[in-house]
Design a protein around this ligand. Structure first.
Ligand code: ADP
Length: 466
C-alpha cells in the first residue's frame, strides 16, 4: 500500500514518541518503585521504633505494665495501622490494641482504589507480625508484638505522591504526543512540499515542456540535489532536442545541394538541352561521392556519440606509427607540389587505440591539404612533456577567420571560404576528430590566422608509457 510521505512521517514520529514515553515511564516507575520501597521500609521502621519508645516511656512513667495507658497506644495503633500487643516477662498479655489497626488499613485501601491495589508488588491483605524486646536500663522487661497489614506502610502523603507521579506521566505523554504530532506535520510539510513541486516539474517535462525548471526553497541537501538534477536533466534534454532539430535541418540542407545539382542536370539531359558527356557524368559521380561520404560521416558520428564507445587500446610506438601515417600522405601532397614535413621525437610509446588515432590524423592532414595554398606546407610535430604527449598539425594555408574559430568543431560548420572553395566537405570532419580525441582522453584546440595558417594541437595526458 502506498502511503503519503506526510502520513508516513507523522505515524513514524508518533510511534517513536509513544514508544519512548512508554519506555521512560516503565523505567522511571521501576526506579522510583525501588527507591520508594526503601523509603517506605524506613518509615515503617521509624513507626515501630516510635511504638517501642512510647511503650518504654509508659513503662518508665508507671513503673510497670500494670496500668499502661491504653488511650495513647490505641491512638497510635489506629493512626499508624499497627497491631500492638505487650507481653510481660511471663509471656502474659498485658495489653492489646485489638482491631483498631484495621481502620487504617481500610482507609488506605479506600484511598488507593483498584489502581494502586498492588502497588510495589505488595499484597494488600498480607498480615505480618514481628516481635521486639522491651528494655529498661538494659534490662528486658517484656516483649511487644507488632503486627501490620502491608498497606499500613503507606501514609496518605505517600499515596498522593505516587498518584501525582503517575498523573504526571499521563499528562506528559499527552503533551509529548501533541508536540510530536506538531513536529511531524512541520517536518513532513518541509519535505513533501518541495518533493511535490519537483514531481510537478518533471510531469510537465514528461508532457514535452522542457523549458520548465524546478525552483524549490529547501534546506534539505538531498532534495536540493534532486531539484538540481531535474534541472540538469531538463537542460540536457532541451539541448539534445535542439541538436536533433538542427541536425535534421542541417542534413536536409546538405542533401539538398547535391540532389538539386543532380536533378537539374538530369532534367537538362531529358529535355535534350544538354549532351550527356563523360565530363558531365564525372560531375554526377562527384556529387554522388559527396553524398555517400556524408552518409559515412554521419554513421561515424552516430557511433561516436553513443555513450559506450568501444576503445581498443594497445601499447604502440607512437613515433613510428605517426611517421607511417605521414609517409602515406606524402604522395597526395606531392601531387599538388605541397610539402609535408615531420618533426617527431623518437621512441614515444603510448597506450592508445590506433584505429581511432589514425582517423584523427587522417582528418587533420586531409584538412590541411584541402586548405593549403599553392606551394603550401604542412608540418606534424610529436613531443612529450612530462606525462603529456603533444601532437601539432600546422599548415600555412588559407587560415580560419576569427569569427569562425569558436564553431569549427561543431557539426556541419564550414567557413564561408571553404564553402566557396567547394572542398567537398560537409563540416563533420572536425566534429568527429574532436569526439575521437576526447574518447581517447585527450583535448584538441586550434589557433589560426586568416591567410597565414592554422595549427591544431592535441594533448594526451596519461597515455604515455614509461
Ligand atoms: P570539412 O569537411 O568542411 O572540412 P571540418 O569539420 O573538417 O569540415 O572542418 C570545418 C571547417 O573548419 C572547414 O569547413 C573549414 O572552414 C575549417 N578548417 C578546418 N581545417 C582547416 C584548416 N587546416 N585550414 C583552414 N580551415 C580549416
Amino acid at each position: 500500500m502506498k502511503m503519503s510521505l506526510m502520513k508516513k512521517l507523522s505515524l513514524s514520529i508518533l510511534l517513536a514518541v509513544l514508544v519512548s514515553i512508554i519506555l521512560v515511564s516503565l523505567i522511571s516507575n521501576a526506579i522510583i518503585d525501588k527507591e520508594f520501597n526503601k523509603y517506605l521500609a524506613g518509615e515503617h521502621q521509624t513507626k515501630i521504633k516510635n511504638a517501642i519508645n512510647i511503650i518504654e516511656d509508659l513503662y518508665r512513667q508507671q513503673g510497670g505494665f500494670s496500668d499502661i495507658s491504653q488511650d495513647e497506644l490505641r491512638r497510635y495503633s489506629e493512626m499508624q495501622g499497627l497491631y500492638i500487643e505487650i507481653r510481660d516477662l511471663n509471656d502474659d498479655t498485658v495489653y492489646t490494641s485489638g482491631t483498631a489497626y484495621l481502620q487504617h488499613n481500610n482507609m488506605m485501601r479506600g484511598m488507593m482504589g483498584d489502581m494502586m491495589g498492588n502497588y510495589a508488588g505488595m499484597n494488600p491483605n498480607q498480615y505480618t507480625e514481628d516481635t521486639y524486646s522491651i528494655f529498661l536500663d538494659d534490662n528486658k522487661v517484656g516483649t511487644v508484638i507488632i503486627g501490620y497489614i502491608n498497606t499500613s506502610f503507606l501514609s496518605p502523603d505517600s499515596i498522593t505522591f505516587i498518584r501525582a507521579l503517575n498523573y504526571s506521566f499521563v499528562i506528559s505523554a499527552f503533551i509529548a504526543l501533541a508536540i510530536g504530532l506538531l513536529i511531524s506535520i512541520v517536518i513532513s510539510r518541509q519535505l513533501s512540499n518541495p518533493l511535490a513541486k519537483i514531481t510537478q516539474t518533471s510531469n510537465q517535462m514528461r508532457t514535452g515542456n522542457l523549458e520548465v525548471r524546478s525552483i524549490v526553497k529547501t534546506s534539505t541537501k538531498e532534495i536540493d540535489e534532486l531539484s538540481n538534477s531535474i534541472n540538469y536533466l531538463a537542460e540536457t534534454l532541451s539541448a539534445q532536442e535542439m541538436l536533433r532539430k538542427r541536425l535534421t535541418t542541417d542534413i536536409a540542407h546538405e542533401l539538398r545541394t547535391p540532389l538539386t545539382t543532380l536533378k537539374t542536370h538530369l532534367e537538362a539531359f531529358i529535355d535534350g538541352v544538354w549532351e550527356p558527356t563523360t565530363e558531365r557524368f564525372e560531375i554526377f559521380y562527384e556529387e554522388i561521392n559527396r553524398l555517400s561520404k556524408l552518409v559515412d560521416n554521419l554513421r561515424d558520428l552516430a557511433q561516436l556519440e553513443q555513450p559506450n564507445k568501444k576503445i581498443n587500446k594497445s601499447e604502440v610506438n607512437l613515433s613510428n606509427e605517426l611517421e607511417k601515417i605521414i609517409e602515406a600522405f606524402k604522395p597526395l601532397y606531392l601531387k599538388e607540389n605541397y610539402q609535408l614535413e615531420s618533426n617527431i621525437e623518437p621512441e614515444i610509446t603510448a597506450l592508445i587505440d590506433m584505429d581511432k588515432f589514425k582517423q584523427i590524423m587522417n582528418n587533420l592532414l586531409s584538412n590541411a591539404y584541402k586548405y593549403l595554398k599553392p606551394d603550401g606546407k604542412a608540418e606534424v610535430t610529436l613531443t612529450k612533456q612530462n606525462k603529456n604527449i603533444i601532437i601539432k598539425v600546422k599548415d600555412n594555408g588559407i587560415g580560419i577567420a576569427e569569427k569562425d574559430l569558436p564553431y569549427i568543431f561543431e557539426r556541419f560548420y564550414r567557413s564561408d571560404i571553404s564553402r566557396s572553395k567547394n572542398t567537398g566537405g560537409a563540416g563533420i570532419g572536425l566534429t568527429i576528430t574532436k569526439s575521437l580525441v576526447e574518447a581517447l582522453g585527450g583535448r584538441i584546440s586550434v589557433e589560426s590566422k586568416l591567410n597565414i595558417g592554422t595549427t591544431f594541437t592535441i594533448i594526451f595526458s596519461d597515455i604515455a608509457s614509461l
